[in-house]
Design a protein around this ligand. Sequence first.
Ligand SMILES: [Fe+2]
Ligand SMILES: [Fe+2]
Length: 437
Amino acid sequence: MPLPSEYLVSEQPRARWMRFDTAQLLKRFFFCERSLLTTEAAWIPVVAPLEIKTGLARFVWQKAETAHALRERVFELRFPSRLLDEEGADHALIELFSAVKDSPSVPAFLMSMGKVLLPALRDAYQGYLQASDSIADGPTHRFLSLALSEKAEQIKAYREWSESALLLNPELRADAIVWTDAVASRLGDVGGVGVEPSASATLMGPLSHSKAYATPRRPGRDPRFLSCRFYWPDIVDSTYPYGEGMRLQMRSAISHLNEVWAIEAGGAMLNAFADVLPWEWIHNAARWTYDESRHCRMGYERLMAWRLDPAEIPLGTYIYESASGEDPIYFLGMLYFFETKNIRHKPARAQLFHAYGDAVSEHDMDFDWADETMHAGYGKHWLKELLAVRGQDPAAYDQVREQCEKLVSDFVTTATAGEVAAIKDAASALLAKAGRR
Ligand SMILES: [Fe+2]
Ligand SMILES: [Fe+2]
């Protein structure tokens, strides 16, 4: 029996964690989110289905927003200093979270995320919200409740995606299960995410069956679409008109859909420079990648609303392929090059769509324009930062842009006569079909 105190003492569970403990846990969650989103970004170019690519981009952005809020909150709590540069006692846990980037296959990646890592983080958030004090730590409660509901959505999507990937490749199921079990067992060994002090800080090395991640030279492509490198005739034939009227409506929707390359470039560059540039890079690149996924979906939705068949809609790879295999600075450079090249046309095109009474194309172009204005700023800023980090002249960012223009024009010269004829046929067929609608 405790001795009677001469002071006022009451038992209140809300005093469970002091400020320091709270900051420790939030720092752990930050590193978990950061690691998961970097892995998700890296896998965007690998996966084929358009729905998974755009879904991953959205989840990358959600996680970046959560991580950003966690990071700001840790700073507010004045965790000894601005010591957020390393995982500290959670080293082994974060090593495991990062190890999933080296998953041996797409289903293995999707399954280990959906069945192990995301549920572990969800449970930790639930535990944190239950045990922490909603008075002292109210600011965390607001954003962590949102993060918890997003985790439920992410887990559901990952589980559906991994099942659909396994339906297409049933021979990968056994290995995916072995991998997922290995991730779960390692998570147990390092003490889980949870809300308790770190169990183990000893690094354990790569998981068995892991396959070192490499940015793919060619992006995965959704087999529902017409697969090609160059997705419209004007790319390979400068005399082919961009068009007006219905041709412009079609061209614009095809452009938007084919911004799939920009989602892939965004994911690849986020991952490539995650450990080179400061946190703000990941935060900006995540939003950037998500925005490109929205532009891609805008095109997809318009084409579907016009009742066109995906099998007749060209989905190309040339911009991604012009940059992949090079220094990843050219993924960043490609986004900057195309965004600064095309942005001036957008307001005029939005006006034309207005004149045609095509409110959806107008609406999409107008929102796209606002995003692209922001992206042009990102591009210039981060090209300069990256050059500076490399000890090069930040003013050389325009030379990166020029080199991107050259990479693309060189790649376009590899178009074969067969490819040119095929894309002209595909465009004619699509325009003829749209004309009959
Ligand atoms: Fe875009
Ligand atoms: Fe953009």
